[in-house]
Design a protein around this ligand. Structure first.
Ligand code: GDP
Ligand code: MG
Length: 171
C-alpha cells in the first residue's frame, strides 16, 4: 500500500478546508471553517487497483501570513496550490505559493494548481485559459473544482494520486 502526504496551500478563503472536508467526509459547510493547529485528514482510496492512504494536510490559518513553515511541506508527495476563480488577488499570489513550495519541498514532489469555486460563474475573475497558461508556464497540471457542488473534487485528488504514484515508481 502507498501512503502519501498531500498538502493544500493558497490564500485564506480560497476553499482549502472546504475541499478537504468535501473530499474526506463528503460534507460542505457554508460558514468559515475555523481550523486550529494543522488539520490532518485521512482517506484511503483505490487507484488502478492499488490501495492508497492519503494524509491530507490543511493549514491552521497560518496562510494569512502568506507563508508556511518547513514542517508543513516536509515529506509531501504532492502540493495542491489552490486559488479562488472569483479572486484575482488569490490568483496573483499563486506564484508566491509556488516558489515557497518549490523551495521547501523535494524536487520530485508533485505540484498541481487548482482553481476552486467554479460554481460562481457570475463573479468569475480568472478565466480557465489564464489559469491553464500559468500552470503550463510552471509545468504543472491545472484543475478546476467546486467544493460547494462537489464538482471535480474527487477527480482532482485521483489525478494527483496517479501523479504521485508515477513519481514514486521513478525512484
Ligand atoms: P480556506 O481558508 O482556504 O480553508 O477556505 P474555506 O474552506 O474556509 O472556505 C472559505 C469560504 O469559501 C467559505 O465560506 C466556504 O463556504 C466558501 N467556499 C469554499 N469552497 C467553495 C466553492 O467551491 N464554491 C463556493 N461558492 N464557495 C466555496
Ligand atoms: Mg482553512
Amino acid at each position: 500500500d502507498y501512503v502519501f502526504k498531500v498538502v493544500l496551500i493558497g490564500d485564506c478563503g480560497v476553499g482549502k478546508s472546504s475541499l478537504l472536508l468535501r473530499y474526506s467526509d463528503d460534507f460542505f459547510q457554508e460558514s468559515y471553517l475555523c481550523t486550529i493547529g494543522v488539520d490532518l485528514r485521512i482517506r484511503t482510496i483505490s487507484v488502478d487497483d492499488k490501495r492508497v492512504k492519503l494524509q491530507m494536510w490543511d493549514t491552521a490559518g497560518q496562510e494569512r501570513f502568506k507563508t508556511l513553515c518547513g514542517h508543513y511541506y516536509r515529506g509531501a508527495e504532492a502540493i495542491i496550490i489552490v486559488f479562488d476563480v472569483t479572486s484575482e488577488n488569490s490568483f496573483s499570489n499563486v506564484l508566491r505559493w509556488y516558489e515557497e513550495a518549490r523551495q521547501l519541498s523535494r524536487q520530485d514532489t508533485v505540484l498541481v494548481l487548482l482553481g476552486n469555486k467554479s460554481d460562481m460563474a457570475d463573479s468569475r475573475a480568472v478565466s480557465t485559459e489564464r489559469a491553464q497558461s500559468l500552470a503550463a508556464s510552471l509545468n504543472i497540471a491545472y484543475f478546476e473544482s467546486s467544493a460547494k457542488l462537489c464538482d471535480n473534487v474527487k477527480e482532482t485528488f485521483t489525478a494527483t494520486t496517479r501523479k504521485m504514484m508515477e513519481a514514486y515508481q521513478k525512484h
